[in-house]
Design a protein around this ligand. Structure first.
Ligand SMILES: Nc1nc2c(ncn2[C@@H]2O[C@H](COP(=O)(O)OP(=O)(O)OP(=O)(O)O)[C@@H](O)[C@H]2O)c(=O)[nH]1
Ligand SMILES: [Mg+2]
Length: 276
C-alpha cells in the first residue's frame, strides 16, 4: 500500500521478474486489488497490489471500499496476511496531504496489533554517489523520527527498496523470517468478526475526520499566504493559491465521500425499519 506512484506495482514486477502492469505512465495506474503467486527457492507467496488513496480518478471512499472488500473476502475464505508493505518515495521533499492520508489510512486499516507485520519501504533511492543521496538519508531519518514513530514503536520495520529483484526479495525474506502469528488485521476484524459497517470501522471514521484535517490545512496555507503577501513574494503566493485550489477540490470530494457513507447508512436503516 502507499501513495500512488510510489512504486507498489514496480516492487511486485521486480519480485516476480517480469512487468506486472504498465506502471510507467504519469497517471495513477492501479485501480483494483490484484494478487500474484510467486515461488522462489521453495518459498511460495502471494503478493497483493493495491490502489493508493488520493487517486485522481477514484475517490478515497472508492479506494477504501475496494481495499476493504478484498481484505474482507480473503479473511472470510480463511486467509491471513503475513506482512504489510507501505511504500513511500524518498524523492518526495514534502510530507504532503497525499502521503499523510495514505499513512493514516494504512495505520487505521492495519490496527496497532498488526504494526509488527508492517514494513515501511522507501523507494526511488538515488545511487550512493549521487548528490541527492545524503539529502535522502536525512529525509529517511526525519520520516523515522517524526512521521513513522507510531508505527515503528508498534514494531514496524523500515527498509530501503533499491528497485532490483534482489532488493525486493531481501525485503520479502525479512518479513517471511519473522514468522508472525497469522491473525486478522483491524479492518478484517471489524468487518468480519465484529460485523461492523464500513463507516463504523476505524478506517471509515478516519475518512470522515479527513474533512477536519483539510480545513486545518487550508487555514495553515491562508496564514502562510498572509506572510507571503506582506513580503510581496509573487511566486510563493502563486504556489499557495494552487495549493488552496487543490485543497478545496479535495475537501469537496471528501464531503461527497462522507455523504455517500451517510446515505448508505440511511438506506440500511430504512431497510431495517421497513423489514421490521
Ligand atoms: N528510479 C526508480 N523508479 C521507480 C521505483 N519504483 C517505481 N519507479 C518508477 O515509478 C513509476 C511509478 O511506479 P509504479 O510501480 O507504477 O507506482 P504505483 O505505486 O504502483 O502507482 P499507481 O499504481 O499508479 O498508483 C514507474 O515509472 C516506475 O518505473 C524506484 O524504486 N526507483
Ligand atoms: Mg500500481
Amino acid at each position: 500500500m502507499g501513495p500512488t506512484g510510489t512504486g507498489m506495482t514496480t516492487f511486485i514486477s521486480q519480485a516476480i521478474g517480469q512487468d506486472y502492469g504498465d506502471g510507467h505512465s504519469l497517471q495513477s495506474f492501479t485501480k483494483c486489488v490484484s494478487a500474484v503467486r510467486v515461488t522462489l527457492d521453495y518459498t511460495r507467496i502471494v503478493l497483493v497490489d493495491t490502489p493508493g488513496f488520493d487517486d485522481k480518478e477514484l475517490s478515497d471512499l472508492e479506494v477504501l471500499e475496494i481495499i476493504s472488500d478484498w481484505f474482507k473476502k480473503i479473511f472470510e475464505q480463511g486467509s491471513t496476511l503475513s506482512g504489510l508493505l507501505y511504500m513511500h518515495s524518498i524523492a518526495e521533499n514534502r510530507m504532503d496531504y497525499t502521503a499523510r492520508t495514505n499513512l493514516t489510512m494504512f495505520g487505521e486499516l492495519c490496527g496497532k496489533e498488526c504494526f509488527e507485520k508492517a514494513a515501511l519501504i522507501t523507494t526511488m533511492w538515488p545511487d550512493e554517489d549521487h548528490g541527492d543521496f545524503d539529502v535522502s538519508v536525512t529525509r529517511e531519518t526525519e520520516l523515522k523520527q517524526k512521521f513513522w514513530t507510531n508505527l515503528i514503536d508498534g514494531g514496524a520495520r523500515t527498509l530501503r527498496f533499491k528497485n532490483t529483484q534482489q532488493s525486493a526479495w531481501q525485503i520479502l525474506d525479512r518479513l517471511i523470517a519473522l514468522g508472525l502469528e497469522e491473525r486478522s488485521i483491524l479492518i478484517q476484524h471489524e468487518l468480519v468478526t465484529l460485523k461492523k459497517k464500513l463507516r463504523d470501522t476505524s478506517a471509515g471514521k478516519q475518512l470522515c475526520n479527513i474533512v477536519d484535517c483539510l480545513v486545518k490545512e487550508q487555514t495553515n496555507v491562508i496564514r502562510r499566504m498572509q506572510g507571503e503577501l506582506d513580503r510581496a513574494d509573487a511566486d510563493a503566493v502563486q504556489s499557495s493559491l494552487a495549493e488552496l485550489a487543490e485543497l478545496r477540490q479535495l475537501r469537496e470530494r471528501t464531503i461527497q465521500d462522507a455523504q455517500a457513507l451517510d446515505s448508505s447508512l440511511l438506506r440500511q436503516l430504512r431497510r431495517m425499519f421497513q423489514g421490521a
